[in-house]
Design a protein around this ligand. Structure first.
Ligand SMILES: [Zn+2]
Length: 97
């Protein structure tokens, strides 16, 4: 598992945004939004956390998100294996009838 490297939950998406300048073209009619920019988002304890991702870091984020998915799969396999081992031990230690 340690061989996976960095890992990150969440999703990566492209978003077009409005800025805070009232006179900007992004507030015009029709609006010309800024971007699209890459944005990473995740939910943690009911709160959404997001940050803008520089173009040259998008591949890294993809890799980290991939790693995290793989990590979740490995944890699920480990849980199944652990239950199987627990069952085996229970069988071995069970009193003879
Ligand atoms: Zn703007």
């Amino acid at each position: 598992m340690a061989g996976l490297g960095l890992a990150l939950p969440g999703t990566l998406m492209q978003r077009s945004v409005r800025c805070g300048w009232p006179g900007c073209r992004c507030h015009a009619d029709p609006p010309e939004l800024h971007g699209p920019y890459w944005q990473w988002t995740r939910k943690r304890a009911g709160k959404t956390v997001s940050r803008q991702v520089p173009d040259d870091q998008v591949d890294d984020y993809r890799q980290w998100i991939d790693n995290h998915r793989r990590l979740r799969e490995l944890v699920a396999e480990l849980e199944d294996l652990t239950l199987a081992v627990a069952d085996q031990r229970a069988g071995r230690h069970a009193p003879a009838r």
